[in-house]
Design a protein around this ligand. Structure first.
Ligand SMILES: *Cc1c(COP(=O)(O)O)cnc(C)c1O
Length: 432
């Protein structure tokens, strides 16, 4: 293995067209942040923006700001910006609620529009999907007299047949970073007469997504991961315009028919009539302060546009991933770390994950050194993909090549020294 010297990483950073974006973030000194796949870093613009919304728009503008500061349009304005990142058009995607809640709305709509044939009352998903997606799908299925079925990723193609109603998948797996072929699986589902609901939690802002080009049906995604919207930031939901057009024609509602998804909320009528298009997916009053923060995160992608946009971000993300994998192999080769992310970069999202039986303590020791990734417990007795995982998120907006070099050097030192054996690293906190 021909090890990359640190000086080469310094050169790569100096030549990186995306390097200026690092300054768009407040990153604390002494920290290498590799957890942007779980909670994105704080954009520099956010604190001042939120302060202005609090002090001026709320404090001075008061209720007037719903009109004068554009609060009422914010969910759609940010939605339009996110749409541009996932291959959707303006007016098709709206921001609000959490990913879990939006998934409920999307799945229920998919069931409503998939017709009455009883042979098709199955939602199919992946066993290692993010648990909230499975819990929500199970709830929707129960409420609708449907059934949730699970399969391993490699079994999915064979399971997409005439007994399937809705295929619900997370595009990039949260544990391994493995990426599904969204276009191909959507085509297979359609050929079988089924509809698709895609969760883009680990894709939006991380990998190129082409929702319209893939003819996908519904999609949801997360605001606080790669979009850097802040803890608990609002999520988003998209529906293909062929579905919202039909919902318009047939006056179909999504299941959480709140007043701001009404065609005329300020008429205060007692009967519900859905707003046209994606607006029907708005439920109640949006969390304005969180929306203001989310817009700052999303706006960093606008700044990335003249520097090469999503294509440049993807290229750097993959280069960071290659470097990480190569460095771990050369620096930590015999320490028992098992790469569970695909080595084929076409199949990898923007993170790398390693299985290790002592993964929790190793990650705690790394965090004590200022290298912040995270840990996801495996199934009891699990190994490989289902074992205890160390996850390292690579965020090309602010992760530098030297950060990867230094982080993997720390990882090597933690493993060489055995410092992870210190009892304080065995203590498990509520959030891992
Ligand atoms: C992060 C994530 C979520 C988060 O859902 P919340 O409702 O925001 O808590 C859901 N699904 C997937 C696949 C995720 O990665």
């Amino acid at each position: 293995m021909n090890a990359t010297p640190r000086s080469h990483c310094v050169e790569l950073d100096a030549r990186d067209p995306l390097a200026p974006l690092h300054d768009a973030f407040e990153l604390p000194g002494g920290v290498i942040y590799l957890d942007g796949n779980s909670l994105g870093a704080l954009p520099r613009a956010t604190a001042r923006r939120v302060q202005a919304v609090v002090e001026q728009e709320w404090g001075v503008g008061l209720i007037r700001s719903w009109n004068t500061a554009g609060w009422i349009d914010l969910a759609q304005r940010i939605g339009d910006k996110i749409a541009a990142l996932v291959g959707a058009a303006a007016g098709q995607l709206v921001v609000g609620d959490s990913t879990s809640v939006n998934l409920y709305k999307a799945l229920d709509s998919a069931i409503a529009l998939s017709g009455p044939e009883p042979a098709r009352r199955v939602i199919l998903s992946e066993r290692s999907n993010f648990p909230t997606d499975l819990y929500i799908a199970d709830s929707v299925a129960r409420a609708r007299g449907w059934r949730l079925e699970l399969a391993e990723a490699h079994e999915l193609p064979a399971r997409i047949d005439a007994t399937l109603g809705v295929l619900m998948l997370t595009h990039v797996n949260y544990r391994t970073g493995r990426m599904h072929d969204l276009a191909r699986l959507t085509r297979m589902a359609h050929d079988a007469g089924a509809l698709t609901v895609w969760d883009l939690a680990h894709s939006a802002g991380a990998v190129p997504v082409d929702l319209l080009g893939s003819h996908a049906d519904w999609a949801v995604g997360c605001g606080y991961k790669y979009l850097n919207g802040g803890p608990g930031a609002p999520a988003f939901v998209w529906a293909h315009p062929r579905h919202t057009a039909r919902m318009d024609r047939e006056q179909l509602r999504q299941p959480l028919s709140g007043w701001l998804g009404h065609v005329a909320p300020f008429d205060f009528t007692t009967d519900y009539r859905p707003a046209p298009g994606i607006t029907r997916y708005v439920c109640g009053t949006p969390a304005l302060l969180s929306m203001a923060a989310l817009e700052c995160g999303v706006d960093v992608y606008a700044a990335a546009q003249p520097l090469g946009g999503m294509a440049a971000l993807r290229a750097k993300s993959l280069a960071l991933g290659e470097l990480f994998i190569e460095r771990v192999a050369s620096r930590c080769g015999d320490a028992g770390l098992e790469l569970v992310s695909p080595t084929d970069s076409a199949l990898r999202g923007s993170q790398v994950s390693y299985a290790h039986p002592q993964g929790h303590a190793i990650m705690q020791a790394l965090i004590a050194r200022g290298v912040i990734g995270d840990f996801r417990a495996g199934t009891p007795g699990g190994s490989g993909e289902s074992g205890d995982l160390l996850r390292f998120g690579l965020t090309p907006l602010y992760t530098r090549y030297v950060d990867v070099w230094d982080a993997t050097e720390h990882l090597g030192q933690v493993l060489d020294s055995g410092e992870w054996r210190d009892p304080r690293f065995a203590q498990r906190h509520a959030v891992t």
